[in-house]
Write a protein that binds this ligand. Structure first.
Ligand SMILES: Nc1nc2c(c(=O)[nH]1)N[C@H]1C(S)=C(S)[C@@H](COP(=O)(O)O)O[C@H]1N2
Ligand SMILES: [Mo]
Length: 412
């Protein structure tokens, strides 16, 4: 849309020429065509642009709220995934409709009344649970990120945080502790692994250590205060805090206990990483600590003077302990402020106030988590892995500030 924030007061408070008015109307018409919003709100946008909103009654309340038609964050979907526009967000909760998606064979349509979760294998009492059954167990609510292990892109200086690592999102999840269900079925102490299976067309399966179930795994049926979205696993999914996203099986329909991993396709031919000497590593559960500056970042434009550098940091192994900022391409580092409360295995906001002299420079962020692990540089990762990408690739990201105010990805 062509209406800039700075133009709005002009249209509202001063006499406008007929030509300008038509320009405004044309811009408003674009809103009408493009935006998937309720027509009442579209009308309000058209009027607000052209008239003084204190002189006409606003639109009445609707069945559901809408985003301002001036704000159009999108997930930029491909056939298999969509990415959270990290550079457009504030705070750390991802609006549910902007949560990234990764589907191995689409989003299934599931009637919760017909959906069942079968739990069997090395247990005393196999059971079948429905959504209604799950809601009868004691509930827990927790804010946590979910990140795909394939969350890295490079190859152009014109990549945004969304493009580089938009396969991470954060929600407030509500459901049942898996340990509660474990007690209900009486898990055999000799069981060491369980299989989780989804009821999508991919019938995605992964083996998970029983220990994670006793620790902090959940079955979640709600996200940000409402039923979990179909894209996130409606009517419920497995949720493994801090683990690579693919293990949090969506549309969960079966859990089977065993004394060995099942070695499914998704843990042998996929989701393994090369390490040194031509070896391949199986089972990399934890998401390594990572941070990214989301402002200033491509495609933002900046001006010299005070800039609040902002971003998010997270770790699958616990809390973020420290985020440091460099404004000289990694030569010197300064502590950023963390936006508390700092939660376990959660996106944590950081900020660093800095005065830019307008000369070309590169800004970077790096996180250290509570285990002492510090986010590596790109070069360190390439050396360790012998590859320039792949799963669990979490390098420091640098942004180059150009004297004309453009912000470009470093090493793009
Ligand atoms: N049943 C099923 N579960 C699944 C998937 C899938 O395709 N099918 N994708 C996995 C992958 S690779 C990731 S990264 C996360 C993505 O979760 P989201 O789409 O809710 O963001 O779900 C995981 N669980
Ligand atoms: Mo993933």
């Amino acid at each position: 849309m062509k209406v800039l924030p700075g133009e709005k007061p002009t249209l509202l408070h001063t006499k406008v020429s007929r030509r300008k008015l038509l320009g405004g109307a044309a811009a408003a018409a674009i809103v009408l065509v493009e935006a998937p919003f309720a027509s009442a709100v579209q009308m309000a946008v058209t009027q607000a642009e052209l008239t003084d909103p204190t002189k006409i009654p606003g639109v009445p309340p609707g069945q559901v709220g809408t985003r301002s038609a001036f704000e159009k964050p999108v997930k930029k979907p491909s056939d298999i995934s969509s990415r959270t526009p990290l550079q457009d967000l504030f705070g750390t909760i991802t609006p549910s409709d902007l949560h990234f998606e990764r589907n191995h064979n689409g989003v299934p349509a599931i009637d919760p009344a017909k959906h069942e979760l079968v739990i069997h294998g090395m247990v005393e009492k196999p059971i079948v649970l429905t959504l209604a059954d799950l809601k009868r167990f004691p509930s827990v609510t927790r804010i946590c990120f979910l990140e795909c292990s394939g969350n890295f892109r490079s190859g152009s200086e014109k990549l945004s945080p969304q493009d580089i690592c938009g396969l991470t999102s954060q929600s407030e999840w509500t459901g049942v502790m898996l340990s509660t269900i474990f007690r209900q079925v009486g898990v055999d102490p000799k069981a060491t692994w369980f299989l989780a299976e989804g009821s999508d067309a991919a019938v995605m399966t992964r083996s998970i250590p029983v220990q994670k179930g006793w620790d902090d795994a959940m079955i979640v049926y709600a996200q940000n205060g409402e039923a979990i979205r179909p894209e996130q696993g409606y009517p419920f999914r497995l949720f493994l805090p801090g683990y690579e996203g693919n293990m949090s099986i969506k549309w969960l329909r079966r859990i089977e206990f065993s004394d060995a991993p099942y070695l499914t396709r998704e843990e042998t031919s996929k989701y393994t990483e090369p390490v040194k000497d031509g070896k391949i590593r199986y089972f990399s559960f934890d998401i390594d600590a990572r941070s990214i500056i989301t402002f200033p970042a491509y495609p933002a434009q900046v001006q010299k003077g005070w800039i609040e550098i902002r971003g998010i940091a997270w770790s699958g192994r616990g809390k973020v302990q420290r985020v440091e900022i460099s404004t000289d391409a990694g030569k010197s580092w300064h502590s950023a402020s963390l936006n508390g409360p700092v939660l376990d295995k959660a996106h944590t906001g950081f900020r660093y106030l800095w005065q830019w002299n307008g000369r070309e420079t590169e800004i970077q962020s790096r996180v250290t988590d509570e285990t002492g692990y510090r986010q590596p540089t790109y070069q360190e990762l390439v050396t360790a892995r012998g590859s320039k990408g792949g799963y669990h690739f979490n390098p420091i990201t640098g942004w180059i500030l150009k004297p004309d105010g453009r912000v470009l990805l470093s090493n793009g």
